[in-house]
Ligand binder design. Structure first.
Ligand code: NAD
Length: 363
């Protein structure tokens, strides 16, 4: 069977960066007999404008019947004032994740040495940062029961934080497996000193850890982890944590690498994974050729690795990005004095050209 990729460029810069990711994928398979089949579909504001809903049935069907989904970004000021049931993020992204059963969000924070000066943190602190946060995506506070009740004075608001053994086991197993593909260390982040759900989390992760004697497992409280990420981020390899802690820690970790335009992500767990850059549709720069396509291209590398088990091709894409940066090419968000400014399309062409070179070189 020829692998099928559902392509959802979405809105704003999504339509500019996704073609660059496709070029990189095509270049990585230049020597393969079988090529991917790419099928494009509407999502987000573009879908609202065309057919009145942000996640058309045809789009969902296409995703469910593909081997992987490549998503750009959705949303923008034009659709911000629609009712929640129609808003691109609430009514397209969350249902799409739910329908695809994506319970794990993988967000690597890797600092390309060429971008050492692009971060707001000291170079000696961030040099060599290479970590992966595995965040639980469909449980915890964000999905627990919510209610409000009137009191004699004011109101009471409740958000329920719950996790089951099953939910913890499946995300932890995925994180242990990911750690095996990396340097073999996993930090499980919780707040077991005060939260019962965290105590269960720690028990389950510890028990599962005995099945992975090759992985060095440590436990860390979330407040300490937030501090350690800034103090000494190099100590981390894999991090696994629940939904809300992961939400906060991944944004913090993103700043270790300098630009939002550099951060890929993969959401996994169901039959079909979703690969997307971590950033949004960037309406402020959309249509100007200023968008950095590297996060989308690196998301495509994650797709090659996790959806298709094409480690060599994934590494070729990552090596190509590194080489293009080493040659001094920069989009405006990572531009520094003395480097060469290129637009979105030029950056995509440079990376694709380099991917082909690397693939041929590696044989
Ligand atoms: P954003 O990530 O779109 O942009 C934040 C800032 O980063 C902007 O200054 C933007 O120009 C810059 N930026 C982002 N990606 C870049 C890239 N690849 N290259 C260069 N610069 C880049 O976040 P925002 O402005 O808060 O949100 C804009 C819209 O995107 C909103 O409608 C929001 O709801 C939506 N959004 C969508 C997703 C998604 O689709 N997964 C995620 C976040 C935000």
């Amino acid at each position: 069977m020829v692998p099928r990729i559902a392509v959802l460029p979405g809105d704003g810069i999504g339509t500019e960066i996704i073609p660059q990711a496709i070029k990189a994928i095509q270049a990585s398979t230049v020597k393969c007999q079988e090529k991917f089949i790419f099928t494009e579909a509407l999502v987000g504001g573009a879908a609202i404008d065309a057919v009145g809903v942000p996640l058309p049935d045809e789009t969902l069907e296409l995703c469910l019947h593909s081997d992987a989904v490549l998503l750009g970004a959705i949303g923008g000021p034009k659709w911000d004032n629609l009712p929640v049931a129609l808003r691109p993020e609430a009514a397209a992204l969350l249902p799409l994740r739910k329908e695809l059963g994506l319970f794990a969000n993988l967000r690597p924070a890797f600092l390309f040495p060429e971008l050492l000066q692009a971060s707001s943190l000291k170079p000696e602190v961030i040099q060599g940062v290479d970590l992966l946060v595995v965040r639980e995506l469909t449980g915890g506070l964000y999905f627990g029961e919510k209610k409000r009740e009137k009191l004699d004075r004011g109101e009471r608001a409740v958000d329920v934080l719950e996790y089951t053994t099953y939910e913890i086991e499946r995300i932890a197993r995925l994180a242990f497996e990911a750690a095996r593909r990396r340097r073999g260390k996993l930090t499980s982040v919780d707040k077991a000193n005060v939260l019962e759900s965290s105590r269960l989390w720690r028990e389950v992760v510890s028990r599962l850890g005995r099945e992975y004697p090759d992985i060095e497992l440590e436990h860390m409280y979330v407040d300490n982890c937030a501090m350690q990420l800034i103090r000494n981020p190099r100590q981390f390899d894999g991090i696994v944590t629940e939904n809300m802690f992961g939400d906060i820690l991944t944004d913090e970790a993103s700043m270790l690498t300098g630009s939002l335009g550099m951060l890929p992500s993969a959401s996994l767990g169901g039959k079909v994974g979703l690969y997307e850059p971590s950033h949004g549709s960037a309406p402020d720069i959309a249509g100007q050729g200023k968008a950095n396509p590297l996060a989308a291209i690196l998301s495509a590398a994650m797709m090659l690795r996790y959806a298709f088990n094409m480690e060599k091709e994934a590494m070729a894409v990552e090596a190509a990005v590194r080489q293009v940066l080493a040659e001094g090419y920069r989009t405006p968000d990572i531009m520094e004095a003395g480097q060469r400014l290129v637009n979105t399309d030029e950056m995509g062409d440079l990376v694709a050209g380099k991917v082909e070179e690397v693939v041929v070189q590696w044989g």
